[in-house]
Design a binder for this molecule. Sequence first.
Ligand SMILES: [Zn+2]
Length: 192
Amino acid sequence: MALRTIREMGDPVLEKKAKVIKEVTPRIRTLAEDMLETMYETGGVGLAAPQVGILKRIVVIDVTEEQNEPLTMINPEIIEQDGEQTGYEGCLSVPGKVGEVTRPNRVVVRYNDLDMNEWELEAEEFLARAVCHELDHLDGHLYVEKVNGELRDASELQAVEDEEAGEEAEAGAGEEAGEASDAAEEKEQTQE
Ligand SMILES: [Zn+2]
């Protein structure tokens, strides 16, 4: 396995449509392994092949904190979607920035694994957001096209959230546990 270089916004490869994979060659397997390694190394929760300069329809995702549930999706396609969620997203190809994006709250994605077996995965909330974000990359789209308002500096947002979390902690005993977990949820940001 090897780390791959992540392409950044402005690189034309990020604006192109990736090609369908017809056969999983050893080269594709290596690509999948390298993408996972690169994603984990950079602290991302998802990575699409165009982000490492390869125009093929493959993405890797792992939204677990333990980084122990890797998903590798070949030729993924959203076949159902509903609901709505709005939250902050970041992208490994847009370093240091975040923006608020509205996405479906639930999607069903059909994809092939590395043995070309077909699967359908129902994803909600954070995972649904990650799936939508990664699939957009395969069609040459970045989340920055969909941001409500303006892109912000990730460090600036973190400072605001820390402040809010501090205020909530001071707010008193009542619903302490509930508030703390809400704050934790709001802190979830994607770097995809
Ligand atoms: Zn991304």
